[in-house]
Design a protein around this ligand. Structure first.
Ligand code: GDP
Ligand code: MG
Length: 162
């Protein structure tokens, strides 16, 4: 039984980009259009030498356009209970109402959640992750999934939490 790690967060924060980076191959569809990954994708991966299952989820949309969005949202929330570790992603540049709505769903799971502030593309952006400490998460890390910044530190942190 492998530890199950799920990546969640609103559309466009970079979940699929991180998923692909951890897998070191292209698997999930990444797209500048928010919410392009509609379904959960699960793969085996090696994180800091440990075999795990990693799940990339579709975006949770607070303003649901249609029943399909509703289905994606439900699936995304269901995975929280099953997860051994939740990677909750935000965009360091933009905290939105959608993020805050998601945080309410994460409250019961705070102890097994790592907050990832993504798109910390440059060292000058690093101090901005401290803005997120007011959200109440104990575990926070800043990364750039697209540029590969702090990924080794992320993997080490994940390993310490599973
Ligand atoms: P998802 O909807 O959460 O799965 O987000 P995606 O992985 O599809 O990424 C959404 C957009 O953000 C794409 O255009 C990515 O190239 C971009 N992106 C992802 N990670 C980063 C990052 O670390 N820095 C920057 N600048 N852009 C990123
Ligand atoms: Mg995606």
């Amino acid at each position: 039984i492998l530890p199950r790690i799920v990546i969640v967060g609103r559309p466009n924060v970079g979940k699929s980009t991180l998923f692909n980076r951890i897998l070191k191959k292209r698997r999930a569809i990444t797209d500048p259009t928010p919410g392009v990954t509609r379904d959960a994708i699960e793969e085996k991966a090696i994180i800091a030498g440990r075999e795990v299952l990693i799940v990339d989820t579709g975006g949770y949309k607070v303003e649901r356009d249609d029943q399909f969005d509703e289905l994606v949202a439900q699936k995304s929330l269901n995975v929280l209970g099953d997860a051994d570790l939740i990677l909750f992603m935000l965009d360091v540049n933009e905290l939105s109402g959608e993020d805050e709505a998601y945080i309410e769903h994460l409250r019961p799971h705070m102890g097994k959640t790592l907050l990832i502030a993504n798109k910390v593309d440059h060292v000058e952006k690093e101090p901005e992750i401290y803005n997120f400490y007011t959200l109440g998460f104990e575990h926070i890390i800043g990364i750039s999934a697209a540029h590969g910044r702090n990924i080794q530190e992320l993997e080490d942190k994940i390993l310490s939490m599973i």
